[in-house]
Design a binder for this molecule. Structure first.
Ligand code: HEM
Length: 362
């Protein structure tokens, strides 16, 4: 059975093009091969990218039991740990996800909104009219503090002071094409001591793990420290057999939420500011809508504003931040949009290419 067509250049060159500029590479491939194409990146199984809405619908409405995802995300294991939701499949994924999700629903989210507003106001209070700011840095500052305070439940004290710079430096180690190469090439993953890139990353990760485990331990010993943050809620949750999450699972899920939620949100916000600044008519309409809520509006009232919601959605359409959904690895032979795929084929619903189709968004 053949895979959809794709570039014939060597897998190493394809991987380098992908690391250097994935958006450009996706655009070039879509122009040459259309809705569905196969990339062969060195050290990876062939990856089939799909961007036709019917193909996306067929994948997302198929029985989820027919796919694995976690095993195709192994590349992020050094950052998030082996118990991460991102790496799990089957029953273990379902059970772990049930334990993590409650803090992210309805009322619970309301309780974080005041904290998020306070952090945003505190960061913005340093801005001076007429003085340029780097919006991406400012948004990273906000989202990191939100995760450390609302998710990890650390607000002050020595542990808070220690973890912020450690997380910042670890996240900075993968924020450019050159530095993120370390995750793609196994030969770079060698610990030659604290000065080698991999050695440095592993030491920082170990320090962060130690701080998180110490925090979890302390909360187990002092139940009065259990609060409303995501870690506290995860520590109180039990699965169907009445089992709570282990310390290692809690630590890995905290790193997962940081990894999944920090850079994504900061980048999306930075692009939103870019477009609002670039398009004065959008800025004006948004400003009027916000003014309509009066002074000190309720955070949830802000979240419900229709034009603000449209601006957020359009920003994510233009730059989806995460270019593709997690791979769906077929567990049995499957047909998607008339194409036959064998078991163990990695299918990537490509968010970026779908969002940029002229037939959907003229
Ligand atoms: C603009 C911001 C964000 C974008 C664009 C984004 C995008 C995505 C995408 C595309 C996936 C893959 C979904 C799939 O293939 O099924 C995903 C998964 C995930 N995201 Fe986000 N995300 C954002 C913010 C966040 C935040 C703030 C958190 C939590 C603090 C978070 C936690 C997760 C988790 C835990 C998963 C894995 C879910 C699972 O495996 O069951 N994300 N995200």
């Amino acid at each position: 059975m053949t895979l959809p067509d794709g570039p014939k250049i060597s897998p190493l060159v394809q991987l380098l093009k992908w690391i250097a500029d994935p958006i450009d590479y996706l655009d070039i491939c879509a122009q040459s091969y259309g809705d569905t194409f196969t990339l062969q990146l060195r050290n990876f199984e062939p990856l089939v990218f799909l961007s036709h809405p019917q193909a996306i619908q067929e994948i997302f409405t198929a029985d989820p039991k027919l796919f694995d995802s976690g095993r195709a995300n192994r590349i992020v294991k050094p950052l998030v740990g082996e118990n991460s939701l991102l790496l799990l499949d089957g029953d273990r994924h379902t059970s772990q996800r049930r334990l993590i999700m409650p803090p992210f629903h309805g009322e619970r989210m309301h309780s974080y909104s005041q904290l998020i507003c306070a952090i945003a106001q505190q960061v913005a209070s340093h801005w001076k009219i007429g003085q340029p700011i780097c919006v991406r840095d400012a948004m990273q500052d906000i989202t990191l503090q939100v995760i450390v305070q609302a998710v990890f439940g650390l607000r002050e004290g020595a542990r808070y002071q220690q973890i912020i710079p450690l997380l910042t430096s670890m996240l900075n180690m993968t924020d450019s094409p050159l530095s993120s190469s370390i995750l793609f090439f196994r030969f770079l993953q060698k610990d030659f001591g604290a000065w080698s890139p991999w050695g440095q990353m592993m030491r920082r990760k170990q320090q962060i793990d130690n701080l998180l485990l110490a925090e979890i331990n302390e909360r187990r010993e002092q139940p009065e420290r259990i609060g409303n943050d995501v870690l506290s809620l995860m520590m109180s949750a039990c699965d169907e057999q009445g089992q709570p999450m282990t310390d290692e699972e809690l630590k890995d899920e905290l790193m997962t939420l940081l990894f999944a939620g920090h850079e994504t949100t900061a980048t999306a916000l930075a692009w939103a500011f870019y477009w609002i600044h670039k398009l004065p008519s959008v800025q004006e309409k948004l400003w009027q809508e916000l003014q309509s809520l009066g002074d000190n509006p309720e955070p949830m009232a802000i979240a419900r504003l229709p034009y603000l919601t449209a601006v957020c959605q359009e920003t994510l359409r233009i730059y989806p931040v995460v270019f593709f959904a997690f791979p769906r690895v077929t567990k049995v032979p499957m047909e998607i949009m008339g194409h036959q795929f064998e078991a163990n084929t990695s299918l990537f619903p490509c968010i970026y290419l779908t969002h940029h189709r002229e037939d959907l968004y003229p």
